[in-house]
Design a protein around this ligand. Structure first.
Ligand SMILES: NC(=O)c1ccc[n+]([C@@H]2O[C@H](COP(=O)([O-])OP(=O)(O)OC[C@H]3O[C@@H](n4cnc5c(N)ncnc54)[C@H](OP(=O)(O)O)[C@@H]3O)[C@@H](O)[C@H]2O)c1
Length: 205
């Protein structure tokens, strides 16, 4: 897949390195190609990755992953709505303290024909870098529409090494958001450490 990752920090850099290693074409869309984060992300992702301005990154992408601060989502998607429209867009962003943690409404408003998914928001980046926790493959709960986009999102989650678990369509986004809030409460409130991850168990597991 041709993947544009907007943001090259902890989340963007970690996902980009995993997807490049899995054979995907990764471009980091950034404000400053010379920034320390952009250079580090490019270094970790290797030859299958490149860096570009945000518009240039989105233009050729099939999948666009938002990995900027939650407060920057509205301005970012408003500036690039036409280019995002019709693409598969994954929102990893959190805006803790805001009435809504995710950027779904802003993305849908700017790019009404985009296929939008909420994923990679609910656990720390360390668990994306090292998805086996205590000897067990962690799950990544996500939501978004069924169909072709779902298969692509699940492929990208699996490429990171996590097991995808679909919670439902975007009407379930509050549950996926709250999982991130639960992670934060356990990690920061209860001191359980950032290598905390989630696992869904059923009798077939
Ligand atoms: N860290 C985690 O474990 C984690 C887990 C789940 C979800 N998230 C969410 O994922 C998102 C990214 O987190 P992160 O930890 O990767 O952050 P980060 O390390 O601070 O990286 C943020 C990236 O966004 C860029 N950026 C900042 N402001 C921007 C703007 N106004 N327009 C365009 N790009 C901008 C930064 O570029 P510069 O270097 O130029 O500033 C940087 O590349 C956040 O919404 C966060 O809540 C984080």
């Amino acid at each position: 897949m041709k993947i544009a990752i907007i943001g090259s920090g902890n989340i963007g850099g970690t996902l980009g390195a995993k997807w490049a290693a899995a054979g995907h074409a990764v471009v980091f869309g950034v404000r400053d190609a010379g920034s320390a984060k952009a250079r580090a992300a490019l270094g970790a992702a290797g030859e299958r990755a490149r860096v570009d301005k945000i518009a240039g990154a989105i233009a050729d992408a099939e999948v666009v992953v938002l990995a900027v601060p939650g407060a920057a989502v509205a301005e970012t998607v408003a500036a690039h709505g036409a280019a995002l429209d019709g693409k598969l867009v994954i929102d990893t962003t959190n805006q803790f303290g805001a009435p809504v943690m995710n950027g779904i409404a802003a993305i849908a408003g700017a790019a009404p024909q985009a296929a939008i998914y909420r994923a990679f928001n609910s656990v720390g980046w360390e668990n994306m870098a090292e998805p086996v926790v205590g000897g067990v493959q962690a799950d990544l709960l996500y939501c978004g529409p069924d169909g072709a986009g779902r298969a692509a999102v699940e492929q990208l989650i699996a490429a990171v090494g996590l097991r995808p678990v679909r919670v439902g369509d975007l009407q379930q986004v509050a549950l996926v958001d709250n999982l991130g809030a639960l992670w934060s409460a356990l990690v920061f409130g209860q001191g359980l450490g950032r290598r905390l991850a989630f696992k869904v168990l059923t009798p077939s597991d």
